[in-house]
Design a protein around this ligand. Structure first.
Ligand code: LFR
Length: 490
């Protein structure tokens, strides 16, 4: 078999990269082509993604890749929920706004006046979060209706980049399912939700399945950059779903945690699970490759560390992630806990102070040093994973013994070990590059090089960077969990 090469672009909330995926028929090698930071910009009180700069980085990636090798296709995945609005001619009506912008404050309550919460959940099966597309669009409808009136199409971020590359306006299924505007069982835009929120139906583009071709690189871009024409594949545009394709699970009922800016913990189901319990626990059903449902909780993840680190840099101390981990190892265990999902941790800003305030408010020891703060974050994340795992297990009726952790966050050995300890499950950590590997595998599946997801997972499972962690210190973690639950339920 000839060696196949494809180009994957993966955008996270704090950085992005282009990687060449090289497949020789037995294994996938990755080669980093281009890496860049993703820096949101606040202008006149609004927080934006710097979308043109990000598209510029895609072009840089294409240019660098061309010097490296030919490639057969391109696939793009990004974070969820955000979007751009285009007019009929494809002009962006305004710069896409960041999900952490405050424009969605109070929009959940406003939406429930238009569509009762229980109905809203039973249709979309999505975890209610103010960041979701539905609430961003509602805020436009209520405050900037003229903008929506001028819009021809709303494209979520990976779809927007696909459009910029190919000229095709389409909505890939996995990213569409983060919007809270889909009918989860039917896999189509929900007219009922769209109408209830008063949104124009015509702005929603037709949905294409994950892992299908959306178009080809436009003549204009090929000429500008001197690159060859190639296919653009709608991979799983949602990074979490690309990552899930690369979870090297052999068993059917497995738990995964995708660790990045967010921690997504859940399991893969053949169809959405929507009932009173899942509604009560606010568990989401997101769409994945092959129409599978990811039944998962969205937990604030490394954002807490990333944002703390930014604060320490502002104060003149730059630590890398390895140094932070070492400092945390030397800090006292179980001193204090936070709920990573408390609303005060969501906006950008001085995270260490907010963590200290949280501990003070809940009558705990206040962490003072960098190590104490990082330890508090890592322990709290692991305990929150257990909390979510119990809710998921209660809904599916399965008992889980093994957790697959993937993504950049697993470079923290402490977080992986704490996750095993807190949950009492064995943790299989790896691959770190799950999202990119999933993106690459989906492109190879689209061109028939890899047969199906089982084969993709088997190939990826052979990767040498997979590490096992066994639970330890059972009793002290059990005790910590009992205390943790009381604190977060305060
Ligand atoms: C992870 C992720 C989550 C989504 C969050 C915000 O990168 O895609 O799945 O809920 O970002 O879009």
């Amino acid at each position: 078999l000839a060696v196949k090469k494809v180009l994957a672009f993966d955008f996270g909330a704090s950085s992005g990269r282009a990687m060449l995926g090289i497949y020789d028929g037995t294994s996938i090698q990755l080669k980093e082509i281009h890496r860049f930071s993703n820096d949101p910009v606040i202008v006149n009180g609004t927080m934006y993604w710097d979308i043109l700069r990000l598209f510029h980085e895609i072009k840089q990636g294409l240019l660098k890749a061309k010097h490296e090798s030919d490639f057969d296709s391109i696939g793009i995945d990004t974070w969820g929920v955000d979007f751009g609005l285009l007019d009929k001619d494809g002009n962006l009506l305004e710069n896409p706004v960041h999900y952490r912008d405050k424009r969605t404050l109070g929009m959940l309550e406003k939406s429930f006046e238009k569509l009762p919460k229980a109905d809203f959940y039973s249709i979309t099966g999505n975890q209610f979060m103010e960041i979701n597309t539905a609430f961003q669009l509602l805020s436009l409808k209520l405050n900037r209706a003229e903008l929506l009136e001028r819009a021809d199409k709303m494209l979520l971020t990976p779809d927007l980049f696909n459009f910029m590359l190919t000229g095709v306006k389409a909505s890939e299924y996995s990213i569409a399912s983060t919007s809270q505007l889909l009918d989860a069982k039917k896999g189509v835009w929900s007219e009922k939700v769209i109408e209830a929120l008063g949104l124009p139906k015509s702005i929603f583009a037709s949905i294409v399945a994950s892992g299908t071709k959306v178009g080809v690189l436009s003549d204009e871009i090929c000429e500008e950059l001197g690159v060859k024409k190639c296919d653009v594949i709608a991979v799983a545009g949602h990074d979490t779903q690309s990552a899930l394709v690369a979870v090297p699970a052999e068993e059917d009922n497995f738990i995964f945690i995708s660790c990045g800016t967010w921690s997504l913990i859940g399991t893969e189901l053949d169809k959405p699970l929507i009932n009173e319990k899942s509604d009560y626990y606010n568990i989401t059903n997101e769409g994945g490759y092959g129409g599978k449902a990811s039944f998962l909780k969205n937990i604030t993840g490394l954002w807490l560390i990333q944002e703390s680190r930014r604060q320490w840099i502002r104060e003149g101390h730059e630590y890398n992630f390895g140094q932070l981990e070492d400092l945390a190892l030397n800090a006292k265990a179980f001193a204090c806990f936070i709920d990573p999902d408390a609303p005060e941790f969501s906006p950008a800003g001085d995270m260490p102070s907010r963590i200290q305030d949280y501990c003070r408010r809940t009558g705990q020891i206040v962490p003072e040093t960098v190590g104490e703060i990082v330890r508090c974050i890592n322990e709290s994340l692991a305990l929150k994973y257990r909390y979510a795992l119990e809710q998921i297990s209660d809904c599916t009726g399965h008992v889980y013994n093994n957790i697959h952790m993937v993504g950049g966050g697993i470079q923290s050995k402490q977080l992986c070990q704490f996750t095993a300890n807190a949950s009492g499950c064995a943790v299989t950590a790896g691959p770190v590059e799950a999202t990119v590997l999933g993106n690459v595998a989906l492109q190879l599946m689209a061109s028939g090089q890899i047969k199906d997801i089982a084969e993709a997972r088997r190939i990826i499972g052979q990767s040498p960077d997979i590490v096992k962690y066994e639970p330890t210190e059972k009793e002290s973690w059990e005790e910590a969990y009992m205390r943790y639950k009381k604190i977060i339920q305060k």
